[in-house]
Design a protein around this ligand. Structure first.
Ligand SMILES: Cc1ncc(COP(=O)(O)O)c(C=O)c1O
Length: 365
């Protein structure tokens, strides 16, 4: 079983910061077995586009030189795409790195960062590295953020609130109206990050649009990634959009040269290929909806997913369920209370639904 909270076992010969000595090691999704499917990391099953590979090859010719430290070409492209000023965009090596910069900019040890739980397993690691205390507010029974409880969890020590929509791993979205009410009720000097890593797969028209909120709320930042719909997980590129003063602080919290020339050029090529990528995104959305319909037919009580993954609420039966999935060649992300399965290759759907049919027969749902 994947255990994201696995502890390092070696005793270090030097004096470590206690939070680092006790830190959980991020546990990556396991590789697929021979003939099986790796559906554990919410990656795209499609290979890189030829135009992206060509951009990588072109950039490879220049790697004796440092990259553009500010990745200006990429920032310009993102700003144009989102109709914002370049001063409103900060890029980094993956959105988790940008999130770390955001947290670095606002919080130190003794401060608090509020987020829903269960949510993206990278959040606790960011807090451990930066020092603030994680205040985890349990999801509601419907797998959605409990925004009232999150508001109540905000104290004088709160420096940031993370809202994840669609939520990883439950797939549920926050509505625009409820986030607008939340932002209006939260202190305006607390950073609110709307993590929209899976935005491109969202088809619910009521879902929050982080970008639309930043114009009226200077403390709101939307966090995006090129790892999912854009298919660049292996290159590491993510970005934040927000108020210029907040974005300046994010940039000040990063190191120079974090994005390589190869990543910058590949990211620009991927953004240019959005039409081609849209077809792939639609394929994944249709596949997700098909899997979800299949699960409901089998008797599963699924939370409606708007991401490129589905959530199996297997509860106490999780280990048995993971074994059945694995027997059918499916490597998924196993949590104590359920299993997240990425929407992957077309050929993975049949073994997945065969496995879930077997699992649900033994579940009390
Ligand atoms: C909700 C969420 N946010 C952020 C990330 C980090 O993405 P990356 O660092 O690859 O941009 C992930 C990755 O799975 C995620 O699920």
């Amino acid at each position: 079983m994947d255990d994201p909270r696995q502890q390092p076992s070696e005793t270090a010969p030097i004096k470590l910061r206690p939070e680092i000595a006790n830190a959980a090691v991020y546990q990556q999704g396991r590789p697929a077995p021979e003939g099986g499917f790796k559906l554990s990391s919410n990656e795209t099953p499609f290979p890189p586009l030829p135009s992206v590979v060509a951009a990588i090859e072109g950039a490879a010719e220049t790697i004796n030189r440092y990259p553009d430290s500010a990745a200006r070409g990429l920032v310009r492209r993102l700003a144009a795409m989102h109709h914002v000023d370049e001063s409103q965009v900060a890029v980094g090596p993956g959105s988790i790195a940008v999130l770390r910069q955001l947290v670095t900019a606002v919080a130190v040890s003794g401060d608090e960062v509020v987020y829903a739980w269960r949510s993206f397993e990278g959040y606790p690691s960011v807090m451990t590295l930066n020092g603030p205390t994680s205040v985890q507010v349990p999801l509601g029974a419907d797998g959605r953020h409990d925004l009232d409880a999150m508001l109540e969890a905000i104290t004088d020590r709160t420096r940031a609130v993370l809202l994840c929509s669609p939520n990883n791993p439950t797939g549920t979205v926050l509505t625009h109206d409820e986030v607008e009410r939340f932002v209006a009720s939260a202190p305006s000097d607390v950073l609110i990050v709307i993590d929209e890593a899976y935005l491109e797969f969202v088809r619910d028209e009521d879902a929050v649009d982080g970008l639309a909120l930043i114009a009226d709320h200077r403390n709101v930042v939307t966090l995006r990634t090129l790892s999912k719909a854009y298919g660049l997980a292996g290159l590491r590129a993510g970005y934040a959009i927000g108020d210029p003063a907040v974005i300046a602080a994010v940039r000040a919290s990063g190191l120079p040269f974090e994005l390589t020339t190869v990543t910058i050029e590949a990211a620009k090529a991927a953004l240019d290929a959005r039409d081609e990528l849209d077809e792939r995104i639609e394929t994944i959305v249709r596949r997700r909806n098909g899997i979800e319909a299949g699960l409901i037919d089998q008797g599963w009580h699924v939370t409606p997913s708007q991401g490129n993954f589905v959530w199996l609420p297997t509860g106490d039966d999780t280990l048995r369920a993971a074994e059945i999935l694995e027997r059918h060649g499916i490597i998924a992300r196993v949590f104590p209370e359920g299993i997240r399965v990425t929407v992957g290759e077309r050929e993975s759907v049949e073994p997945l639904l065969t496995a879930t049919a077997e699992i649900v027969r033994g579940l009390e749902v």
